[in-house]
Design a binder for this molecule. Structure first.
Ligand code: CA
Length: 479
């Protein structure tokens, strides 16, 4: 089977022109050509304003279909364009994963009065005073949709917290009071309890909420003929909710309906516990690996490359890790800014695209560029994607045996030749690597263009493979 590659098809600074769905549709055949097998698309439903990236979710059922919040289309286009794009991707055998935001809602239609306790932002279990009444934007009527697809109306009691009191025109973390109201268990422990992120935090313990979100999950998966979902902000969501939500959607769409979760925490043990809590039913982005690569790119030759895969998700749970270099949150100016430096990016992508383990995700910003500026990495990514498709098969023999030069052999399989991968963060080097006696006499060459010399393998099938300073090298058998 062909090696899979996911592409995150958006970045934070796309213009608000409503053209992404159309652009992606037009790009389908190119994506298939370069070996992309799945696309993660941004939140496709109405947000609190047209220019929003989709994470300030207003109406999950409005996929760019109704006049709401002053617009029919979303930042990315209309529902018709969305559906046409998905059809086109499917024609090119590319799966579509929708970004699903179920932690919070924004842009309420009217205010409601209810009792809250303000809590300490650094310690959410600590009240900052007595309960009092606020006026929060927690009422949702969805006038423009007129009950199409769902007549569910959201009210204050469907939320566990809100971030703004309209009566006092004041921001804070206001925990909603009432029968059964509490921060959820099964969320990240940062700040005491990290249930609340922003806006109106959805109460995932509320039976009406659970029923409605499950219903929506099945609806949207069928309505858009989705192949999977990327679940946003799951460290702020009750783990048991996520587990049963995926069960509900899969009861309709089948067990192979794909899911990857954004649990943004660099600590492997935390991710490990989460996977256990949700019964390994979801893939997670390999956040520890992202931070290892970020650190390696910052420290240059002082970073010991033997540690690049240490304490990562892909090392511990190779079947459940989505490996990434950067995303819309880590890019410059974003909330989790930790941009892997340009010099290291080809090395990082070489690693995730050519190693055996992990499901790699290529960021739009790295392939196409950010803020409309062309990416310097398109060419090398094309080479690496091609190498993944043609050569990155079979077992992996590791050579993580030197602080500044590490790499591996992919042995290949019946249909595909293997490869040799090397990455280096200091002066040019090389490594004696053995492919086995059956390869004796073969001539290998380097395909990224960094090394011109060829290698002829000796009687044992070994050779000295070179890598340039602060670069990567990908060697394959010469045709
Ligand atoms: Ca929450």
């Amino acid at each position: 089977m062909e090696n899979g590659v996911m592409m995150q098809y958006f970045e934070w600074n796309l213009p608000n022109e409503g053209k992404l769905w159309k652009q992606l549709k037009d790009d389908a055949s190119h994506l298939q050509e370069i070996g992309v097998t799945a696309v993660w698309i941004p939140p496709a439903y109405k947000a609190d304003e047209q220019q929003d990236e989709g994470y300030a979710t207003y109406d999950l059922y409005d996929l760019g279909e109704f006049e709401q919040k002053g617009t029919v289309r979303t930042k990315y286009g209309t529902k018709d364009e969305l559906k046409e794009m998905i059809d086109e991707l499917h024609k090119h055998h590319i799966s579509v994963y929708l970004d699903v935001v179920l932690n919070h809602k924004a842009g309420g239609d009217f205010t409601e009065k209810f009792m809250v306790v303000e809590v300490n932002p650094e310690q959410r279990n600590e009240a900052l005073g007595e309960p009092f009444e606020i006026q929060g934007w927690t009422g949702y009527s969805f006038h423009g949709r007129k009950d199409k697809y769902s007549d569910f109306k959201w009210h204050w009691y469907h939320f566990s917290g809100t971030g703004f009191d309209d009566a006092q025109k004041r921001s804070g973390i206001f925990q909603i009071q009432g029968e059964g109201k509490a921060w959820s268990s099964g969320v990240d422990g940062e700040n005491g309890n990290y249930d609340f992120l922003l806006c109106n935090d959805i109460d995932l313990d509320h039976p009406e909420v659970i029923e409605e979100l499950n219903r929506w999950g099945k609806w949207v998966a069928n309505e858009l003929n989705l192949d999977g979902m990327r679940l946003d902000a799951i460290k702020h969501m009750k783990d048991k909710f996520v587990k049963q939500f995926l069960d509900a959607v899969r009861s309709d769409k089948g067990d192979d309906f794909y899911a990857v979760g954004e649990y943004w925490n660099g600590d492997l043990e935390t991710l490990d516990s989460y996977l256990e809590a949700v019964g390994n039913k979801i893939n997670l982005f390999d956040v520890p690996l992202h931070y290892n690569m970020f650190q390696a790119s910052q420290e240059g030759k002082d970073y010991d490359l033997q540690n690049i895969l240490k304490n990562t998700l892909v090392e511990k749970h190779c079947e459940l890790a989505v490996t990434l270099v950067d995303n819309h949150d880590t890019q410059l100016g974003s909330s989790l800014e930790s941009w892997v430096a340009d010099w290291f990016k080809p090395l990082a992508y070489g690693l995730i695209l050519l190693m055996k383990d992990g499901y790699p995700c290529v960021f739009y910003g790295d392939y196409y560029g950010v803020k409309g500026e062309k990416s310097p990495h398109t060419h090398i990514l094309d080479i690496l994607l091609n190498a993944r498709r043609k050569y990155a098969y079979g077992d992996q023999i590791d050579y993580f045996d030197h602080p500044s030069t590490v790499g591996f052999i992919r042995t290949g399989d019946e249909e595909h030749g293997g490869l040799v991968f090397l990455m280096c963060n200091d002066e040019a080097g090389g490594k004696s690597m053995s492919l086995g006696e059956e390869h004796k006499g073969e001539v290998w060459h380097e395909i990224t263009g960094s090394i011109q010399e060829e290698v002829t393998l000796d009687e044992e099938g070994s050779g000295e493979f070179l890598v340039d300073a602060r670069n990567l090298a990908v060697w394959v058998k010469k045709d």
